[in-house]
Design a protein around this ligand. Sequence first.
Ligand code: SF4
Length: 353
Amino acid sequence: MTILSAPPVPTIKPPPHPQWPSLSEGEKEALKARIQAHLQALDAVLVAHYYTDGELQALAEETGGIVADSLEMARFGTESDASLLVVCGVRFMGETAKILNPEKRVLMPNLDATCSLDESCPAGLFSQFCDQYPDHKVVVYANTSAAVKARADWVVTSSIALPIVEYLRDQGEKILWAPDKHLGHYIERMTGAEMLLWPGACVVHEEFKGFALERLRRLHPDAAVLVHPESPKEVIDQADVVGSTTQLIKAVAELPQRKFIVATDEGIFWKMRQLAPDKTLIAAPTAGEGATCESCANCPWMGMNALQSLEQVLIRQDQEVQIPPEIREKAVVPIQRMLDFARARGIGRPAKG
Ligand code: SF4
């Protein structure tokens, strides 16, 4: 494995987790009814990620939208008849929706909702680096800006990265991978492909601690350990299942175990509980004794999506995703290549609730 050490990537400090005023059941229901009315009036549909607030996920399903991983979110936008997509997630998800649906408007509750992986990979630095390795295929994770995607040969999500890299390996290709070093390292170990890794990381998954997980496993020897591959190797090495959000949700629903230790953002528990209400879910530890965690298995940028911010954007219609046409024209190529690959191989479809 070669993790690229130059150029230096920016250090990303996550913002504090947003605190939303608590609502009574009556206030919540009234707010949801108002949002539903706005959605109908605007011919809009909600496209929500598994890491967002559970109330938002429920509302997306109740109003004909979707709750999914980033691959399915992208696919849903292209299949929906709605003229306005309201993407509840982080900015790269909204950008992907806009790239694939230039004729539709795409709103997000908060355009400042970014991602440490995206921020760690500025397009200018990345492009310079790619120029130094012209014999490598550039494969970027979906968690990147539109401008970085425009520089890529392939875009992948965690649910499809393995088969795409296996395919490229079989073609004899060398790979320049960005931006998540942990996911890249995992893919490299699984496929044996020759990969150069950009040194980015997810601030949420990087906080899972191998030594604390070992202790927790001893306390719950009957639990299956589910790990998202953005986590460090010492956490992945203890997993019974390593997979994308959809794959981890399906594992809870389908495996015979009654108890699961889950190493990914806790927003995923809403869908897991919906599909397997009788099973016990335990959050994997983000810190050992005496240590502190900053995001604590709760992505602060995903936390910017709430019923309150959703209503505001539907009223103001001010958080609209815009992509310069020259970037869009290039970025759509590797994204479409991924979607075509997924369709040809029958990969994907969200966990059904
Ligand atoms: S959980 Fe990590 S990868 Fe996902 S949006 Fe947040 S910072 Fe990015």
